[in-house]
Design a protein. Sequence first.
Length: 253
Amino acid sequence: MALLQDKVVLVNGGSQGVGAGIVRAAVREGATVVLTGRRAEVGEKLAADTGALFLRADLADPAQARDSVVRTLDAHGRIDCLVNAAGLTSRGSLLDTTPELFDQHMAINLRAPFFSMQAAVADMKARRAPGTIVNIISNCAHGGPPFLAPYSAAKAGLAGLTRNAAHAHRWDRIRINGLNIGWTDTEGEDAVQRAFHDAGDDWREKAAAAQPMGKLGQVDEIADFVVLLLSDRSGVVTGSVIDWDQIVFGGMD
């Protein structure tokens, strides 16, 4: 049987990158999928390709983050699984980050997951039904490079929130886990490399050659792992924030 057969899955930030990969994997594994994104043309194309339902949403607005769950309930009557995959990676250090940039990171990378989880857990509890949530975090939750100061702060907060919520709702049989992904080959990363690091067309090849496994993180591999965490095959696991990367934190040469 498919891993997510008959499950209703909401993927926030699902129109591109890792989120889009998760949408495709969840549909493949039998789920009824709803995805959100800010760009209607991109989201509607993915929805047409996969049979998922696209909802345009600006998750920086907490009301729209909550409403993503409400609109999923309106469409399908329940929510079984939630993935928070939206992320902002704009650069900023401790010294040059403005209050506006800081607030943008907190809004997308921490506040949006908080309030979408709030709404999803409320539905699961009201129905007295088990559910699963996966938060896409980052290895920057361990500290991160100097140019990702507000991003690292927000992702560290999301790691803490993941554990807190998992502990709070373990007796409700709602499992909540997170994935600290590393450097990943996405459309968004391509744009960031070109905009902030003057990268050329060969940046992927150069980056891959500098990695232990000879490649960057791959969207389809991350998506398969997320599907496993959403499914019953991940058993009783909850409150885990898993380092999904080729960096071994704490290791030294």
